[in-house]
Design a binder for this molecule. Structure first.
Ligand code: RAT
Ligand code: ZN
Length: 424
């Protein structure tokens, strides 16, 4: 078949960009990892202009352009913090970084001024919103049908709400987050003991069985779509440690029992600058042999996986080719910049076809999903266009149905199939 007749029986090469663009716009994505919360979890859900501007990504940037010391910054009330960041990063400097540009995109989406010298109008606008309607409007503007939360069963604010019974919300899926149990057992075992679980500081005796009972109780209470943990760059598996023991003997068997994947997010160097608090973490290259062993030794478990170091991305693709119980997802945190997203996504498509989840938002503030998903669509469009052009040139006509199916698979079905979650 000649090149010409190939293109005639599928989309013309010149039509591919528009079809890709349209399908990206028309498909509602599932946001598979956020730090957003359904309204019944009350003030653990952040939204509005002051939260947007005091996002920890922007706090880290503040200290590069303003001489204020972190200790003095933390003493300020929320609005004064936001005013300082606005003045420094948006008025005195052009907001060109990814995180600052995101705030601009959100303001613009709501028709609010993007270049003003104060935040008055934006504050009035957000204060006048009804939260439930606002969530629906934000999800519509972001092009997402639902968001996956991060729910910590040992969070002192959040846990009591679950324990007394919270109203589920069709737009939010729960996730059982295990960082305190797996990474900070010495500080948190007492929290389990206080709730009647027979655990001890060394995770000895009945601890493993009791952690399983704890996880079973929380699975019943929360119905999580997966369990999750962030892990340091030094993460090893198997490992002679409390984390290694609880992971192998409690968490992985519980995931199997309840049929949920475990999300492992590897590569954080926690609090390299403690003065910056939430903004104080960095990253390190991990040894992904730990992932190899996890996947190999636990074939009945499924792992959603994101690694924080750019240098680990290629290896992760190779491991995903070896183990179908690994589902790479997202361009996490410091990777979520168009240049790196582009590189990673091309690499993943080349090595894994459409069998991965390209992105999650990691939004901590509701309205961030607007800019984060807008950026994802903008970065994806030329990547997919190029991919289909190559395919057509190599002899396989590409149809609109192909494009629709692939985008749906990448941004919805891979997640739903892998987790077994029911979509709205
Ligand atoms: O991206 C972030 O906001 C980080 O601070 C972390 O929350 C990370 O995404 C995580 O889930 O641990
Ligand atoms: Zn996160």
């Amino acid at each position: 078949m000649t090149n010409r007749s190939v293109l005639e029986s599928g989309l013309a090469s010149s039509a591919i960009p528009q079809v890709v663009e349209e399908q990206l716009q028309q498909t509602s994505f599932i946001d598979v990892h956020t730090h957003l919360f359904m309204p019944s979890l009350g003030k653990v859900g952040l939204w509005g202009i002051d939260e947007l501007i005091t996002y920890h990504y922007l706090e880290a940037e503040l200290f590069r352009s303003n001489d204020i010391q972190p200790a003095d910054y933390w003493k300020l009330p929320k609005q004064a913090k936001a005013d300082l960041i606005w003045q420094t990063l948006f008025v005195e400097n052009a907001p060109v970084s990814e995180a600052t540009r995101g705030v601009i995109a959100v303001l613009h989406a709501f028709g609010l001024p993007t270049g003003g010298d104060n935040l008055r109008e934006a504050r009035d606008f957000f204060a006048s919103q009804n939260l439930e309607n606002h969530i629906q409007n934000v999800f519509r503007l972001a092009g997402i049908s639902e968001a996956v939360m991060t729910n910590d069963p040992l969070d002192p604010e959040e846990a009591p709400l679950w324990e007394t019974g919270v109203e589920a919300h069709p737009l939010f899926h729960p996730v059982l987050r295990l960082d305190r149990i797996l990474n900070k057992w010495p500080e948190h075992w007492q929290g389990l003991a206080d709730r009647g679980y027979r655990v001890d500081a060394q995770a000895g005796g009945a601890s493993v069985a009791e952690v399983r009972r704890f996880l079973a109780d929380w699975c019943a209470r929360m119905r999580p779509v997966y369990m999750a943990c962030s892990l340091p760059d030094t993460f090893a598996y198997p490992e002679e440690s409390i984390r290694g023991k609880l992971l192998a003997q409690a968490v992985l068997p519980s995931c199997r029992e309840f049929g949920v994947p475990l999300s492992v997010m590897i590569g954080v160097r926690y609090l390299v600058n403690p003065a910056l608090k939430l903004a104080g973490d960095a990253l390190g290259k991990a040894d992904l042999r730990a992932v190899e062993r996890l996947a190999l030794e636990n074939p009945q478990n499924r792992f959603l996986i994101s690694v924080l170091s750019r240098e680990n991305q290629h290896e992760l693709c190779v491991y995903a080719r070896k183990f179908s119980n690994l589902m790479p997802f997202g361009c996490w945190w410091f990777l979520n910049n168009p240049s790196i997203v582009e590189e990673m996504t091309r690499e993943r498509l080349e090595m894994l076809g459409t069998s991965f989840i390209p992105q999650h938002s990691d939004a901590r503030v509701l309205e961030q999903v607007i800019y984060k998903w807008r950026n994802t669509r903008r970065t994806m469009a030329p990547i997919l266009t190029n991919m289909y052009r190559l395919l057509a040139e190599d002899g396989r006509p590409v149809t609109q149905a192909d494009v629709q199916k692939d985008i749906t698979r990448l941004f919805r079905t891979n997640f739903l199939r892998f987790t077994g979650a029911a979509s709205v």
